[in-house]
Design a binder for this molecule. Structure first.
Ligand code: DX5
Ligand code: ZN
Length: 228
């Protein structure tokens, strides 16, 4: 599939939402393409959020599909359980997986899209042969663990190389970016070839999250379509 037919998506991260009022916070982003759920275990990253029971409940009440980002150790054991919960996509960190090909296949077999994430300093080249096993490649644009960090421009060449490899091999793999996405940085990320944008503070930090989503999507679409 050519990249021009890829959809630009805005997936707000509930890391920046009010965790005591998650259902109401989900209703504020009803025009999003999916909700990005950050699972952290204080082992893979130095922060702790929510786990499977809470994610299962969010899945039951969310008006939009769930996009889980698992920043956890022992991910080969845990990720399939998130797929079993009916999530739209489940993303694991390659640095945390012992058998990423087996895991990606397991996620798909359980009905979820398979996503694989790379920390900012993890090169994409060793994993290019794996692209047909994936539905989504998540290129982290901050060090995982916390919202509100500044976008790392040093990741842009990696996004470009990943998009070129995807186009070269003719596979249908989305490129997601996560961390520091704003109305300003989304343009650079989209021009480099990203088409799914996670935004925490740039959505939930605004008075109208819905308006922020529309504005981000418009900018992302424009920049992605104008790539040369
Ligand atoms: C960070 C998380 C992100 C985070 C993004 O480790 O994976 O999803 O919520 O937050 P912002 O958009 O504020 O950088
Ligand atoms: Zn995330």
């Amino acid at each position: 599939m050519s990249s021009t037919s890829l959809k630009c998506c805005i997936n707000p991260s509930i890391l920046s939402a009010d965790f005591v009022n998650l259902q109401a916070e989900l209703a504020r982003i009803a025009n999003a393409d999916a909700v990005h759920v950050d699972v952290m275990d204080n082992r893979f990253v130095p922060n702790l959020t929510i786990g499977l029971p809470v994610v299962e409940r969010i899945q039951q009440v969310s008006p939009v599909p769930l996009d889980a980002h698992l920043m956890i150790a022992d991910v080969d054991r845990w990720a399939p359980l998130y797929a079993d919960a009916g999530l739209d996509s489940v993303t694991f960190h390659v640095e945390a997986s012992d058998a990423p090909i087996k895991l990606a296949r397991e996620l798909r077999a359980r009905g979820a899209k398979a996503g694989m994430a790379l920390r900012p300093a993890t090169a994409v080249e060793p994993y290019l042969d794996m692209l047909p096993e994936l539905d989504m490649l998540l290129i982290m644009t901050v060090e995982p663990g916390f919202g509100g960090q500044a976008f790392l421009d040093v990741t842009l060449p990696k996004i470009r190389r990943a998009r070129a490899a995807i186009e070269g091999s003719g596979v249908n793999v989305a490129i997601q970016v996560d961390g520091g996405i704003t109305e300003e940085t989304i343009t650079r990320a989209a021009e480099a070839g990203a088409n799914i944008f996670v935004a925490g503070s740039a959505v939930y930090g605004k008075e109208s999250p819905e308006a922020a989503i529309d504005a981000l999507r418009a900018r992302g679409q424009l920049a992605f379509a104008s790539r040369v």
